[in-house]
Design a protein around this ligand. Structure first.
Ligand SMILES: [Zn+2]
Length: 258
C-alpha cells in the first residue's frame, strides 16, 4: 500500500499542478468523505492550486479556496497529465484502467490530475483535519520519538504503525527501520533504552530517504522484493522470521534484533 514514501513521490508528481486553474471535478461518491459531494464543485471549480504538501500518507493540495486532501488507501495512485508517478505498487496492478479513476480534476489548460484506484479505498476530503496525526516520518525529531515511546507498553512495531505517533510509517518501512536499528518488533516501546531510541531515530533519518530515492517502501534491505532473492538476514545470514506483530505480517531477524 502507499506508505508515506509513496505519497511523497505522489506529492512531487503533483507539484506541476501549482499555479494551474481547476476547470472541472469528477468524484466517485464512494471515495468522497461525508459532505464533500455537496461542496467540492462550488468551492474548487475556478480555483487555483497554490501548493502541494504532505503529512504522513495524506496529500494536501492548497487552493485559493479549500485545501484538498487525498488519502490513497491500499491501491490508489496519482496520475498527473497522464503520467503515473509510480508505475506499479508492490501489491497493486500496473494497469491504468479508466474505470478505476475515482477522482479527476481537469485543468483549464487541458491537463489533469487523476486518482486511479482499483479497490476504491482512496478518500477525498476538503479541509481535512490533520491535527491528530503525529510528526511526519521524514521530519520526526529524536525528542518527539523519545516522548512518543516513553511509558508505552505496546510493541514498538505497533506503536510506530500508529499514525497518531508517527505519520506515514507503514508495514514495510517499520520492518526496515527496526531491522537497521537492531530492535525486535515485539520489544515493548517503553522499555527501549535511550541509546536504542537514538539508534531508531538515526536509522529513520538515514534509511527512509534511501528507500525514497530507490522508489519507495518496498525498496528496503528486508522488503519482500529483496527478500525473495535473499531469504536470510543480509547482516548475519540467519533465517528471517515471518510472524504477526501488532496485527501485521512482520519480517525480522531473531539473531541481531533484540
Ligand atoms: Zn540479522
Amino acid at each position: 500500500m502507499p506508505e508515506g514514501l509513496e505519497v511523497e513521490i505522489y506529492r512531487r508528481a503533483a507539484e506541476p499542478l501549482i499555479g494551474r486553474e481547476i476547470a472541472r471535478i469528477e468524484v466517485d461518491e464512494r471515495v468522497a468523505a461525508p459532505g464533500v459531494l455537496d461542496r467540492i464543485d462550488d468551492e474548487l471549480r475556478g480555483g487555483t492550486v497554490l501548493s502541494a504538501r504532505r503529512l504522513g500518507k495524506q496529500l494536501l493540495l492548497d487552493t485559493d479556496g479549500p485545501t484538498l486532501g487525498v488519502h490513497f488507501g491500499m491501491t490508489g495512485r496519482i496520475v498527473v497529465d497522464d503520467v503515473a508517478a509510480i508505475d506499479q505498487l508492490e501489491y497493486g496492478s500496473g494497469r491504468d484502467e479508466p474505470r478505476w479513476d475515482r477522482f479527476r480534476i481537469t485543468l483549464a489548460d487541458g491537463g489533469s490530475m487523476r486518482v486511479n484506484d482499483p479497490r476504491r479505498w482512496s478518500r477525498v476530503t476538503l479541509d481535512p483535519d490533520i491535527s491528530g496525526l503525529g510528526p511526519d516520518l521524514l521530519e520526526v525529531t529524536y525528542d518527539q520519538l523519545r516522548i512518543a515511546v516513553s511509558g508505552r507498553s505496546r510493541p514498538i512495531k505497533a506503536l510506530l504503525l500508529d499514525q497518531h505517533v508517527v505519520a506515514g510509517l507503514g508495514n514495510l518501512c517499520v520492518d526496515e527501520v527496526l531491522w537497521h536499528a537492531r530492535i525486535a518488533p515485539a520489544h515493548p516501546a517503553g522499555e527501549l533504552t535511550g541509546g536504542e531510541v537514538a539508534a531508531l531515530h538515526r536509522c529513520m533519518r538515514q534509511h527512509l530517504p534511501v528507500m525514497l530515492d530507490r522508489g519507495g517502501s518496498h525498496r528496503g534491505e528486508v522488503s519482500p522484493a529483496f527478500r525473495a532473492a535473499l531469504p536470510s538476514c543480509p547482516q548475519d545470514g540467519a533465517a528471517l522470521v515471518r510472524e504477526t506483530v501488532g496485527g501485521r505480517t512482520t519480517v525480522w531477524c531473531p539473531v541481531h534484533q533484540v
